[in-house]
Design a protein around this ligand. Structure first.
Ligand code: HC1
Ligand code: SF4
Length: 573
């Protein structure tokens, strides 16, 4: 353990730590901008400069390592002035349309300007060669807002190991762009949206679909049904100032009802349905020599990554559509039939924590008889905006229940939104189906938590089933390489495109770099889903009485011809 002095306080630190981290632990927040924990620690923006006794130059706290006896000053007139000047220069080159900017109030640049008491910016914004790229169905890039912090680049290149974005040109002309300044839709971007989550400003955002949804809601001729993904209830409260990790399931349902949707259903119902279809598909592959390991297909970011980078694993993907697509297909068939509504007059809205779901729902494969399964996908952030637009005081709302029957779900479905959730839900059902009894074992702790690759094995009627859970495309790449090299052998793998799974998808509320230093957002949000699971009486998908009814009345059995027509898909090379 080392001892150093920061602003007169003796602080203990471990070798290799930076001044920024040691100071944070001692309750001293050094302002930062380009810094993003374990992602972008490059000292580029110079906002975090500090004084170190005995040194002539100011040093960036985010990269400067602690040392025994170091005396550091983080707050002085010199530092305040230097930080202010640096920030003013940055602001001079930034399109300062804060009033109409979608990051207004969640912008880290804006907060810093307020914190550092910036009262004037000396130069007018007059940058030329601005790119506003909205060609993709999911992501928009606005270079006029970019502050060249490099957080998106590091996230895409190092965390996701995809590398779509990079610095181009030199000096004053420097920009962050895809190679050859292509539009995002012409790259191998998988729409995970993790670059959006890393961006401190508004240079990257989702393509909004709010107006499409308002238009449908105002059309009396259309029956508008909404489904909310498991991960929305863990994070929507943050849009209204509630702490990270607040469960708002009941309030979310109340808000959706107030917005005027004819039915408020839950994607979790379809998560239970996915477990039935995927569970039987796995059993079939195990028993009949199908392609193994079977890999989950509910994360469209991961599916695109597989299509772009590992086409030799496409056959390994489960043919199941993702739950929200299954849900749409069931609404426009079973639900339409039961309620005698013309499926052409039904508009299905998915509220998703993920921007890749926008691209997924637009895929040609995801329609039945010329009708799209899902008509519009909005993110948690977009839902927050709609609730505010409608003047709904979210925090004052009481709790409401999802509509029945497509809002009934088990604990197994609720945990889908956290890494390991799909695997745990599958195991709960699979073991019972194979063993032919209602086993007591419900919880599989080896697949919980945020370790990049989690492994386990269970015995199924004397046969060993090896499985792995992977989150983030970088980890997916690692596991697939190990399989190709013959180092690893699994029967079943859950892969989610984003680290942490859907709870930290690219459509979730923004969390500042400062907050991310204090807590692991993945863990806090996942806790909510495990709480929800524990509260449920029925915690195994095959025991959901409404799923049973759906098979009895409509689908026949899992993997039936009808199931295949509605609930399964294929992928492209
Ligand atoms: Fe997910 Fe899924 S869990 S993919 O993470 O399988 O987005 O929450 O809705 O479709 O259910 C996301 C979450 C979500 C699907 C389900
Ligand atoms: Fe990279 Fe994902 Fe952003 Fe695309 S959406 S640029 S893949 S981080």
């Amino acid at each position: 353990m080392l001892r150093l002095t920061i602003d007169g306080n003796v602080v203990e630190a471990t070798e290799g730590e930076t001044i920024l981290i040691a100071a944070k632990r001692a309750g001293i927040d050094i302002p930062t901008l380009c810094f993003l924990k374990e992602t972008n620690e490059i000292g580029a923006c110079r906002i975090c400069l500090v004084e170190i006794e005995g040194q002539r130059n100011l040093q960036p706290a985010c990269v400067y390592p602690v040392a025994q006896g170091l005396v550091v000053r983080t707050n002085s007139k010199t530092l305040r002035n230097v930080r202010k000047s640096t920030l003013k220069l940055l602001l001079s080159n930034h399109n300062r349309e804060c009033l109409t900017c979608f990051r207004n109030k969640s912008c880290e640049l804006q907060s810093l300007a307020e914190e550092l008491n910036i009262d004037d910016v000396p130069f007018k914004f007059n940058r030329e060669n601005i790119t506003y790229d909205d060609a993709s169905v999911a992501i928009v890039r606005d270079s006029s807002k970019c502050i060249l912090c490099g957080r998106c680049i590091a996230t895409c290149r190092d965390i996701q190991k995809i590398g779509i974005l990079d610095f181009t040109h030199r000096g004053i002309d420097t920009e962050v762009t895809p190679a050859f300044n292509r539009s995002m839709d012409k790259t191998a971007c998988v729409n995970c949206g993790q670059c959006i989550m890393a961006c401190p400003v508004a240079a990257l955002k989702e393509k909004e679909d709010i107006e499409k949804v308002w238009d449908a809601l105002e059309d009396n001729d259309i029956h508008v049904v909404v489904q909310a993904a498991p991960a929305i209830r863990t994070a929507l409260g943050e849009e209204f100032g509630l702490p990270i990790g607040t469960r708002v399931t009941g309030k979310m349902v109340s808000a959706l009802k107030r917005l005027g949707f004819s039915k408020v259903f839950d994607t979790s119902f379809a998560a239970d349905l996915t477990i039935m279809e995927e569970g039987y598909e796995l059993l079939n592959r195990l028993e009949n020599g199908g392609r193994l390991p079977m890999i989950t297909s509910c994360s469209p970011g991961w599916v695109s990554y597989c299509e772009f980078n590992h086409p030799d694993f496409i056959e390994n993907l489960s043919t199941c559509k993702s739950p929200h697509q299954m849900f749409g297909a069931i609404v426009k068939s079973y639900y339409a039939e039961k309620n005698q509504i013309d499926p052409k007059k039904i508009f299905v809205v998915s509220v998703m924590p993920c921007i890749a779901k926008k691209a997924e729902s637009a895929r040609e494969e995801n329609q039945v008889n010329g009708l799209r399964d899902v008509d519009a996908v909005i993110t948690t952030r977009e839902l927050g905006k709609m609730i505010r637009q409608a003047g709904i005081d979210f925090n004052k709302l009481g709790d409401s229940e999802f509509d029945s029957p497509l809002g009934e779900y088990t604990g197994a479905a609720a945990i889908f939104g956290a890494t390991g959730g799909v695997m745990e839900a599958t195991l709960r059902t699979l073991v019972d189906l194979v063993e032919g009894k209602d086993m007591d074992k419900i919880e599989y702790n080896q697949v919980r938590g945020v370790k990049g690759i989690k492994e386990g094995k269970i015995s199924l009627k004397g046969n060993e089933l090896n499985f792995a859970v992977v989150h983030g495309t970088a980890m997916a790449n690692e596991v697939l390489s190990q399989i190709k090299d013959g180092e690893k052998k699994y029967h079943f793998i859950e892969i989610m495109g984003c680290s942490g799974g859907c709870v930290t998808g690219g459509g979730q509320p923004h969390v500042s770099a400062k907050k991310k230093l204090e807590l692991d957002v993945r863990v806090e949000r996942a806790k909510v889903l495990y709480q929800e699971d524990a509260l449920k009486e029925v915690r195994k998908s095959y025991q959901n009485p409404f799923i049973k009814k759906l098979y009895e009345e409509f689908l026949g059995q899992p993997n039936s011809i009808k199931s295949h027509q509605l609930l399964h898909t294929h992928y492209s090379v």
